[in-house]
Design a protein around this ligand. Structure first.
Ligand code: SAH
Length: 253
C-alpha cells in the first residue's frame, strides 16, 4: 500500500498528525528531496529505506514502489505542501492503477497557505477579491494558452504564482502589459514557514528588483493583488450584528 502524504510547506511541525503517523509506520519513504524538509525524516522508524525522488525518474520511483509493495511493505510517497498542487501525483496514481497497487492520500498544508500565514494575509477580502488564482508562469514547461497569465489577470483576483520566482522581471512586465497597474501590491515569500523564511512586500514594478536584491529565484511564491495591502474592504457579513445566519439572529429580521 502506498500513502501519498503532504509534508506541509516546510516547518517540521506543519505536517498533519495522520501524515506523521504514516511516516512512523513506513517501511519505505520516497520523499521529494528538492523541497521537503529532511528534518521530517526523523519520524522514520529504524531500518526504513529512504529514497530522494529528486534523483529519480518516474519509472524508477514506480519500480521501488512495485518491489516494496510486492513484499507487503508500507510505502510513503512524501510530497511538499499538498500533493494535489504541482505534485505530479496523477501519473504515479495511473501507474499504480495499472499495477493494481492500492494507495490513498493524506493532504498537507500547501505553501500558498504557509505564505499567507507568513504575511498575516487574507486572500479573500470582501469587496477586494473573492477568488484566488493558483497558477504559474510558463517557462521550460508550458501552461495551456487559455490560462496565460495575461488572461487570468483580467479578473483582477488575487493571484498566487508557483514555480515562477526565477523570472520575476518577465512576470512583472507581462502583468503590467496585460493591464495591471505598476503599483499593484505584491509579495514574495521565500521558504515560507522554514527557519530561513524571507518575505517582502513590494509592488509589480519593484518586484524584480526586490527579488534580485535578495537573491530570490526559487522556492518562493509571488502573490499579486490588493489583498496584500488593502486600503478599504468591507467587513464580513458573518460577524455583522445586522446579518442573520443559521447560528445567530441579527437585527435584520
Ligand atoms: N505541492 C506544493 C507545490 C510544489 S511546486 C505545495 O502545495 O506547496 C514547487 C513550488 O512551490 C516552488 O517552486 C515554490 O514556488 C513553491 N513552494 C513550495 N514550498 C514553498 C515554501 N515553503 N515557500 C514558498 N514557496 C514554496
Amino acid at each position: 500500500m502506498v500513502h501519498f502524504v503532504g509534508a506541509g510547506p516546510g516547518a517540521e511541525d506543519l505536517i498533519t498528525i495522520r501524515g506523521k503517523e504514516h511516516l512512523e509506520k513506513a517501511d519505505v519513504i520516497i520523499y521529494a528531496g528538492s523541497l521537503v524538509n529532511p528534518g521530517l525524516l526523523k519520524y522514520a522508524k529504524e531500518g526504513c529505506d529512504i529514497y530522494d525522488s529528486a534523483r529519480l525518474t518516474l519509472d524508477e520511483v514506480i519500480d521501488i514502489v512495485k518491489k516494496a509493495d510486492g513484499k507487503g511493505k508500507e510505502i510513503v510517497r512524501l510530497h511538499t505542501g499538498d500533493p494535489s498542487i504541482y505534485g505530479a501525483i496523477r501519473e504515479q496514481m495511473d501507474a499504480l492503477d495499472d499495477l493494481g497497487i492500492m494507495y490513498d492520500v493524506t493532504p498537507g498544508v500547501s505553501s500558498f497557505c504557509g505564505a499567507a500565514a507568513a504575511l498575516n494575509l487574507e486572500y479573500t477580502l470582501p469587496t477586494v477579491s473573492q477568488s484566488v488564482i493558483i497558477t504559474r508562469m510558463d517557462g521550460r514547461t508550458a501552461v495551456p494558452e487559455k490560462e496565460s497569465l495575461e488572461s487570468l489577470s483580467e479578473h483582477g483576483s488575487t493571484m498566487v504564482f508557483f514555480l515562477s520566482a526565477g523570472d520575476t522581471k518577465r512576470l512583472s512586465e507581462r502583468l503590467i502589459a496585460a493591464g495591471r497597474s505598476e503599483d499593484t501590491p505584491c509579495a514574495i515569500v521565500y521558504k515560507a514557514t522554514w527557519p530561513d523564511e524571507k518575505k517582502f512586500r513590494c509592488n509589480l514594478k519593484t518586484l524584480p528588483e526586490v527579488a534580485a536584491k535578495n537573491g530570490i529565484e526559487k522556492t518562493a511564491l509571488i502573490i499579486v493583488g490588493d489583498v496584500v495591502e488593502p486600503s478599504v474592504y468591507e467587513k464580513s457579513k458573518l460577524y455583522d450584528p445586522g446579518f442573520t445566519t443559521g447560528f445567530r439572529k441579527g437585527t435584520d429580521t
